[in-house]
Ligand binder design. Structure first.
Ligand code: KIV
Length: 273
């Protein structure tokens, strides 16, 4: 094992996450929402799996992350946990399950931990949700924060454009990141903000900063799996690298299957009893 890579068989914990930052090892994270895909990406050595509320988009076909429910997130989370042997599993608390008050936030977090077996939860926001963050942490539930472009607030932002490009929003983001670290969060996701700002936060904080569209000066990267595999193909943000073009591959395979069935070319002699 080299000093820059972690043990491939040891379960990744929230403490392990922080140790990876300390030894300068970059953290790899992808989303996943179901057993079969989680089994593949865990076996391929991913460090962490986010059961993101992006399930609302890529699994359920909604335009935003707002409609997905706590029960649905628990269904996805439990499916992923059943597949995973090594990766740290983080489940998003969906919109409307933690913003109202800290008691509701704690109840939502407890349900996720009890009913999925996940390692941690993720919630969006800084100062405005601090009381909920503190109450969830006080119950011993690890939290990953999420700042910058926070998709649950899309109706306030009005656009998925880069966040914190002006000084006052950048200063608030830095303050919020420190508040989350001081409260006891074990990591923070920074979404779609300038690379230099993300790098500054990563240098100032001891906990790992996981970026998506936040440049390469942070401690790790997360992507939506359906985007990086090219299952989705409707958009191409600058930050997205497509490692495959599965939309075309799957579509080609299905076209071939349809052709074979119609031509009585499937099943052949060897494929029947
Ligand atoms: O839900 C999600 O997939 C996320 C990532 C974009 C970080 O929160």
């Amino acid at each position: 094992m080299s000093t820059a890579t972690s043990n491939k068989s040891k379960k990744v914990t929230t403490h392990g996450f922080i140790e990876m930052k300390q030894r300068g090892e970059k953290i790899s994270m992808l989303t996943s929402y179901d057993y079969s895909m989680a089994r593949i990406i865990d076996g391929a050595g991913i460090d962490a799996i986010l059961v993101g509320d992006s399930a609302s988009n890529v699994m359920a076909g909604w335009d935003t992350t707002l409609p997905i429910t706590l029960d649905q997130m628990i269904y996805h989370g439990a499916s992923v946990v059943r597949a995973v042997k090594r990766a740290l599993v983080v489940v998003d608390l969906p919109f409307g399950t933690y913003q109202g008050n800290s008691k509701e936030a704690l109840n939502s977090a407890i349900r996720v931990m009890k009913e999925t077996g996940a390692d941690a939860i993720k919630i969006e926001g800084g100062e405005e949700i601090l009381e909920s963050v503190q109450r969830i942490l006080s119950a011993g539930i690890p939290i990953m924060g999420h700042l910058g472009l926070t998709p649950q607030s899309i109706n306030k932002f009005g656009t998925y454009a880069v966040r914190a490009t002006d000084e006052s929003e950048a200063q608030k983001l830095i303050r919020d990141a420190h508040l989350l670290e001081d409260a006891g969060c074990f990591a923070i996701t920074l979404e779609k903000i300038p690379a230099d700002l993300a790098g500054r936060v990563a240098r100032e904080l001891k906990i790992p900063i996981i970026g998506i569209g936040a440049g390469n000066q942070v401690d790790g990267q997360v992507l939506v799996m359906h985007d990086m595999l090219g299952i989705t193909n409707e958009f191409s943000p600058r930050f997205l690298r497509r490692y495959h073009h599965l939309y075309e591959e799957i579509s080609g395979a299905v076209e071939q299957y349809v052709h074979d069935v119609k031509a009585v070319n499937f099943p052949n002699e060897k494929e029947q009893y």
